[in-house]
Design a protein around this ligand. Structure first.
Ligand code: UD1
Length: 338
């Protein structure tokens, strides 16, 4: 069965391609390589023994998207990762984000609407909850006004899919709301490759660990949490990748209750910034150079998932601990810098 993975050369996309191939799916990747590179195909091939099909294409080119779906009319499911994801940049360039993340989503949904039967998995984010009132966060928590155009593209993306599914019974979709993905494949053949200075905590830590960055700034220790630093739900990327496969199988096997469903994908456990640093120090045996600085604007105090729905309905549960995920991130970082 042929599955299209857009953004399949990216961090979460590439790990998902591996898990799909491990399950016997035939994968075709679309990627424009704007934030990734074709070497990732070699890593995937070394892990799975199979080189996925690859079409280099910018999804903003509507004609090319149409042509693709004509050429690959046997695609039965789409996992749609391709999107821009830098929060700060989205504030500077909102239209770029709406065009990249919303325009391309509309083109793909138009193509899928034409099919007799199509399954669609969307990369959403816990960012849609903003600072939720209650922890852990269930899928029923209200969606809060977005803090950035990036966050807004995730909220709007979900609404566009929901509205489309209402009038398109042949389209079945699931939005996965990721918490904080981290880590790398245990083989260290693929992993996270942030361009420039990492905005996210874990790559910043591992880059500091290898000496690429001088020190980590911890953004605030005066939050109302046990140690004063922010709490997040760090989910191992391989666990997250597997959640995509399970969600896709649910749709392909017609097990979904409604044709649009939403699931949180996290571990259910919150970790503070200082706990993440401790985890790094434990698995690497190194002291991390860090200092406490002021809060980062827009940061929320805490977010961790109630994963009951994913556990019970999808039958999916995260398997790896923070330390195991951190170890994989550290092995990967050392490998790419050696
Ligand atoms: C990230 C994304 C956000 C996404 C969310 C959930 C960014 C900038 N933000 O936010 O869009 O919706 O995950 O998927 O990509 N921290 C430091 N020092 C650093 C970097 C981070 O102390 O140098 C702290 C932050 O204050 C935060 C925690 O580490 O408390 C995690 O930060 P980050 O990795 O950026 O994730 P989120 O803020 O959760």
């Amino acid at each position: 069965m042929k599955i299209l993975v857009t953004g399949g050369l990216g961090f979460i996309g590439s790990h998902t391609v591996v898990e799909l191939q491990n399950k016997g799916f035939e994968v075709v990747i679309i990627d424009d390589c704007s934030n990734s590179n074709e070497d990732v195909l070699d890593g995937i091939e070394r892990i799975t023994g199979i080189r996925p099909l690859f079409v280099k294409l910018d999804l903003k080119e509507r004609d090319k998207v149409e042509e693709f779906f004509k050429d690959y009319s046997d695609v039965e499911g789409v996992i749609h990762f391709a999107a821009s994801k830098a929060v700060g940049e989205s504030v500077e360039k909102p239209l770029l984000y709406y065009e990249n993340n919303i325009g391309t989503l509309v083109y793909i949904l138009k193509e899928l609407s034409r099919k007799n039967n199509a399954s669609f998995i969307f990369s959403s984010s816990c960012t849609v909850y903003g600072q939720a009132d209650k922890m852990p966060i269930t899928e029923n928590a209200p969606v809060k006004e977005a803090e950035s155009p990036y966050g807004n593209t995730k909220q709007m993306g979900e609404e566009i899919i929901r509205d489309t599914c209402k009038v398109t019974p042949n389209l079945n979709a699931i939005a996965l709301r990721y918490f904080n993905p981290m880590g790398a494949h245990p083989s260290a053949e693929i992993g996270e490759l942030p361009i420039g200075v990492p905005q996210n905590l874990v790559p910043f830590i591992t880059q500091t660990g290898v000496g690429l960055r001088e020190e980590l700034s911890v953004f605030g220790d005066d939050y109302p949490t046990p140690d004063g630093t922010c709490i997040r739900d760090y989910i191992y990327v391989v666990d997250l990748a597997k959640a995509h496969v399970v969600a896709l199988e649910r749709l392909l096997e017609g097990k979904n209750k409604e044709n649009y469903e939403v699931f949180n994908v996290g571990t259910g456990k919150g970790s503070s910034v200082l706990e993440v640093i401790k985890s790094f120090e434990k698995v690497s045996g190194k002291k991390l150079n860090y200092k406490i600085v002021g809060r980062r604007p827009g940061d929320i105090t805490e977010a961790y998932a109630d994963t009951t729905k994913a556990n019970e309905v999808l039958g999916w549960k995260s398997q790896y601990s923070l330390d195991e995920a951190m170890k994989s991130a550290w092995v990967w970082e050392q490998k790419i810098r050696s």
